[in-house]
Design a binder for this molecule. Structure first.
Ligand code: SIN
Ligand code: CO
Length: 377
């Protein structure tokens, strides 16, 4: 099906021709888009210690980066061009979350967050590469984007952020509100605000191999166990007691080789790891939680929805919510897979669940992972 967000091409065509391959400029991806959050609300978020933000300034002395929480006075400066970038706005604002969810033609396991930047005239973060895919959606005002597929990756020395020394733009566009630019990883880009400007970056996660391996090894340590104890009833007298013998190496090799894993373990690791909340995420448990009976009664009438910070994924028949595998009844697994995609269950879908699963969802509700739908989830 054609998708206006993708300029009239289908998600299948986008994946086949553009995703991770080449940039795509989409004029009026969201016609009439005026943003999901006001400038002042974004600047307030940048001052909040629970929100991740960066202020990038171009002073005469060079580039400066200040990590949040930001000071109110810095967000009023008139002297030098500056921009403030607020990470994970989707975790705090439901309209921004809803916007990010429109990109669900890419799996949630690849989604990172929605960042919003505000810049004064001339503000930007300089020409650079990112190693992830990004959709850059223009909100307020205009931004000039220049991009290049150059292989020259020399960075300005001693700068607090990775700025390309020699940027040679190949394409040059001015984006208006509602226009969107998709960039695959490794495309150099430079976005400069023309007047006041807000840009929405829907960013994807591309974990590095070394990150995945070290996280998987931690998973192995926690979840896969090998029993047995080193033993050497045939120990031979060594001429030098300091030698780690070949016999010892052989025995330990065979102990370690008994540690094996399969695709099920890797799927289980990924489900847990990719649904794990970011380090700074805190769930708000209900102040006065409903008893299980009252929860079931309310959910049967109004349905339930994941709360804004929750991540629910599945692999095979295992369902993962915020880093944990849910111990669910087999007959409800399909309904929970639908819930992971839709992020909600209607009253009818909730009513069709077994009492065990309704009880399990009550426990998730007590943790603040989901709520009864009331317009505030
Ligand atoms: C922005 O300035 O809003 C986007 C930053 C980037 O180029 O990654
Ligand atoms: Co970038």
């Amino acid at each position: 099906m054609k998708n206006i967000l993708l300029g009239g091409i289908s998600p299948e065509q986008f994946l086949a021709e553009y995703w991770q391959k080449k940039p795509l400029l989409i004029r009026q991806a969201i016609p009439g888009f005026s943003g999901t959050i006001e400038r002042d609300a974004l600047l307030d978020m940048a001052r909040d210690p629970d929100v991740e933000s960066r202020l990038v300034r171009q002073t005469r002395a060079g580039w400066e980066v200040l990590h949040g929480p930001q000071r109110a006075s810095d967000l009023k400066r008139k002297s030098d061009p500056w921009t403030v970038l607020v990470q994970g706005v989707n975790l705090w604002d439901s309209a921004t979350d809803a916007l990010m969810r429109r990109f669900n033609f890419i799996p949630q396991s690849r989604l990172d967050d929605l960042m919003i930047s505000y810049a004064v005239d001339g503000g930007g973060v300089g020409p650079h590469f990112d190693d992830y895919d990004v959709f850059l959606l223009q909100g307020l005002g205009q931004r000039r984007w220049q991009i290049s597929h150059q292989s020259d990756r020399a960075f300005v020395e001693d700068a607090p952020l990775k700025i390309l020394q020699r940027f040679k733009p190949e394409f040059d566009w001015v984006l208006e509100p509602g226009d969107m630019l998709y960039l695959p990883p490794e495309w150099a880009h430079n976005g400069v605000a023309i007047g006041e400007c807000m840009t929405y970056s829907i960013g994807f996660r591309s974990p590095r191999a070394d990150e995945l391996v070290s996280e998987f090894l931690a998973y192995v340590q926690e979840n896969l166990c090998i029993d047995g104890i080193y033993a050497d009833p045939d120990l031979q007298l060594q001429t030098n007691s300091a030698e780690v013998s070949a016999a010892m190496v052989s025995q330990v090799s065979s102990m370690i080789e008994r540690l094996t894993w399969d695709r099920t373990d890797i799927g289980d690791f990924l489900g847990r790891y990719l649904s794990e909340p970011k380090a700074a995420v805190v769930f708000d448990a209900p102040d006065t939680p409903l008893s299980e009976k009252r929860f079931v009664s309310a959910a049967s009438k109004r349905g339930i929805a994941l709360t804004i910070k929750s991540v629910m994924l599945f692999h095979g028949d295992e369902i993962y919510l915020n880093g944990e595998a849910l111990d669910c009844v087999e007959e409800d697994i399909d309904a929970l897979k639908v819930m992971a995609h839709e992020r909600l269950l209607t009253p009818a879908q909730f009513n069709a669940l077994t009492a065990d699963t309704q009880g399990l969802l009550h426990a998730c509700y007590e943790d603040g992972f989901l709520a009864v739908i009331d317009g505030r989830t």
